[in-house]
Design a protein around this ligand. Structure first.
Ligand code: ADP
Ligand code: MG
Length: 696
């Protein structure tokens, strides 16, 4: 079937085909089959018109009674829609010519939007969709669900609202679904209780019930995961065949003596991560590992120990940090703790030309064996004699391309990326599936747990009272307010107002300071210095308090409008306290009435300090896109898979893909050879291609 043109569907001529291509990237009949409903509507979501109230967001369905352009100080278009209970009027101020063509009395229409009251119930510029009578009837009378397709004005003008798609897809299924080849064998389907692909495609479009739709989604999600896993294991297999270095490890003596001389013992997780890294370095193919652990979990010493192993084997190591402050900090720690024979270098944007040339020469000759730096490390002029290991700190701050460039500076270069934002397991098995993962979950024993409490604003006075108590005990307090780009001006105003209020009305007898991003660098420095020295009690601040700020005596953090922060950000903010000997507190203040989802985030914070649990919860509450930074228009990188809930499916697909890769020469599985049809053409293939591109 691949490649059957759209024009072979009745009712689609070259003009409509062109619109489907430009408006929805649908080029073939197969693409059309994979253009699956954006969502389903069931009876319970449809509101009777007589039950609609002003201000409510609703979806109603009814018959168009009247549709006409009228003049009421300006031209507008009114569509009167009735169900058995009442009448509502849709009003449009633009696109009148188009609307007068499509809103035809007698047609069934679905309207979604906010209800207002103006000479009767009305909706201004509602979303609309046309449905055939049978589908509405069936939904209302038999409790079926109605598929709704993603559309646009352009598509609608060509007749492709949900009704248009439904008709076209219905035909495509009638004539072509029978030719869909299932890439998965029957045993795989049976073992995992999966629908055959053909059935899944039919049911995703025209499910009898919500349960049917879910069954179909599950099958398509399995496809999505399976092929990623399959691709990953094939790639891994090829990579392993193509590399043949002798072990990258000659001796670990240098690293071990470094560890022994540390003023503390490694935690069990640190030791385990170090073992996993050495084990990778012993392989004939390069390491590809991620080391994840909360801020302060001690990733740096592990990275340095790994570098020493590489250096002792006669190669060079590079450690790249996202900011100059961090690069300098790493470098300073290293020169203090490393043995004399290890020559370290530092290369950042502000390294002066003369010093720069000297370092570049040392790197080239091999005299410098451990190079610290920022993005500067990936510049063309940086040539290593023999680069064996690259460590990338805070990896999410760097692009895939930068990682690849740095890697190309060595021949067989081990890669260790580090992150303080744990990756939920469902994602580490899929889009991050090419990385092996080491986790440091245990914190160094010296770190104290932080007590986290949540209060509604009506109890703000009580919060102020406790702040006063902490100050009386000699502690210092961060008072954090949100500063979110879209409403920057308003937020800044509210930060300044809060500062004035606290300073004048609540703590007139205490020292309160203000910090925000608009201050000049020297002003910021002055504020930070004065807070650090203990001269001030309260620091009112937006989220700009710089990364790495470490003030042990500041053991209380109040986060006002906690509902406006994401979980990851709340967790990072909380990491500012709990650094000294005193019991630390994190207090989350929120409006008395907040959305359930926001309350859930706040509750999660009060229940756990574990960055891993928080990352999982974040995924459940927000979806994956915002974590991977790829979410577009509310869509995840995955079309069918839900990384928040599909863990079991992911494990199953992974198991099956591993089996298939193992038996790749098995003639029975010939259909799975690369280059053969994977049942994922058109949008399906594009999506998978997109994910694969991210992985490479
Ligand atoms: P991160 O994982 O955030 O990069 P760092 O490596 O910067 O954490 O470590 C934070 C601090 O904890 C450093 O001062 C480091 O010396 C210290 N540290 C690291 N490991 C341990 C340990 N096992 N016991 C006590 N302190 C440790
Ligand atoms: Mg770090």
């Amino acid at each position: 079937m691949p490649g059957v043109p759209l024009t072979s569907i009745r009712g689609i001529g070259p003009a409509k085909a062109a619109v489907l291509e430009s408006g929805a990237a649908i080029r073939t009949v197969e693409d059309l089959l994979y253009y699956t409903p954006r969502r389903y509507l069931d009876r319970s979501e449809l509101k009777k018109i007589s039950d609609c109230m002003s201000g409510e967001e609703v979806t109603i369905s009814g018959v168009i009674k009247r549709a006409a352009s009228i003049w009421r100080s300006r031209e507008m278009f009114e569509v009167e829609v009735s169900d058995l209970s009442g009448t509502i009027t849709a009003v449009f101020f633009s696109g009148i010519r188009f609307f007068s063509k499509i809103f035809i009395p007698g047609e069934n229409v679905l309207l979604s939007g906010k209800v207002s009251f103006f000479r009767g119930l009305q909706m201004v510029h509602p979303e609309f969709d046309f449905l055939d009578e049978t589908s509405i009837d069936r939904a209302l009378n038999t409790g079926r669900i109605i598929p709704l397709y993603k559309s646009s004005m352009e598509l609608k003008k060509a007749g492709f609202d949900s009704r248009g798609f439904r008709r076209a897809v219905m035909q495509a299924i009638e004539h072509y679904a029978g030719t869909i080849r299932d890439p998965l064998s029957d045993p795989i389907l049976e073992r995992n209780r999966l629908l055959p692909l053909e059935k899944a495609i039919r049911n995703i479009h025209f499910p009898e019930s919500a349960a049917h739709a879910e069954e179909a989604r599950r099958r398509l999600a399995f496809n999505e995961i399976f092929f990623i896993q399959y691709y990953l294991s094939l790639r891994r297999m090829t990579a392993r065949k193509n590399f043949s270095r002798k072990s990258g490890v000659r001796s670990v003596a240098l690293a071990e003596s470094f560890i022994k001389n540390l003023p503390f013992a490694l935690t069990a997780d640190q030791a385990k991560a170090f073992d996993e890294i050495i084990n990778d370095m012993r392989q004939p193919f390069p390491m590809n590992r991620m080391l994840q652990g909360d801020v302060g979990s001690g990733k740096t010493v592990v990275a340095i120990a790994a570098s020493l192993v590489c250096i002792e084997s006669g190669q060079q190591a590079a450690i790249m940090a996202p900011t100059e402050i961090l690069a300098v900090q790493h470098y300073n720690t290293a020169i203090k703790t490393l043995p004399q024979q290890v020559t370290c270098g530092l290369l950042t944007g502000s390294t002066k030309q003369s010093g720069r040339n000297e370092i570049l020469n040392q790197v080239k000759s091999g005299a410098c064996s451990l190079l610290f730096g920022t993005h500067s490390l990936i510049q063309e002029q940086v040539n290593f004699k023999d680069l064996g290991l690259i460590v990338i700190d805070e990896q999410h701050r760097f692009g895939v391309q930068q990682r690849a460039t740095l890697r190309s500076k060595g021949s067989i270069t081990d890669l260790l990326v580090m992150t303080a934002t744990p990756i939920p397991r469902s994602l580490s098995l899929t889009i991050y599936g090419d990385l092996d993962i080491s986790s440091i979950k245990e914190k160094p024993a010296s770190r104290q747990p932080v007590k986290t409490l949540a209060f509604p604003e009506s109890r703000l006075q009580g919060v102020y009272n406790s702040i006063r108590r902490y100050i009386d005990q000699g502690r210092q307090v961060y008072y954090v307010l949100p500063l979110i780009e879209e409403s920057e001006k308003l937020d800044l105003k509210s930060a300044i107002e809060t500062y004035n209020h606290l300073k004048k009305n609540v703590f007139p007898d205490r020292t309160v300071l203000l910090m925000h991003g608009r201050l000049k660098q020297n002003e910021k420095d002055t504020v930070m210095e004065s807070f650090r020295s203990g001269a001030a009690d309260i620091l009112v601040t937006t989220t700009v308090i710089e990364v790495g700020v470490d003030i042990p005596n500041a053991s209380v953090i109040i986060i006002h409008h906690a509902e406006r922060f994401g979980l990851a950000q709340l967790h990072q903010l909380r990491g500012r306290v709990g650094r000294g000997e005193h019991q630390s507190f994190c207090v989350l203040v929120h409006p008395d009435n907040i959305a359930e989802n926001s309350m859930e985030r706040i509750k999660t914070m009060t229940e756990t300090e574990d960055g891993f649990i928080i990352a999982e919860k974040d995924l459940q509450l927000r979806g994956d896109g915002q974590i991977t930074g790829t979410r577009q228009h509310g869509h995840s990188v995955f079309e069918f898979m839900d990384p928040g809930t599909d863990m079991e499916l992911i494990l199953a697909a992974r198991r099956e893909a591993a089996l298939v890769t193992e038996r790749i020469t098995d003639p029975e599985l010939e259909i799975l050879e690369p280059g053969r049809s994977w049942g994922l053409h058109g949008p399906g293939e594009l999506r998978t291609g997109h994910i694969l591109a991210m992985l490479s």
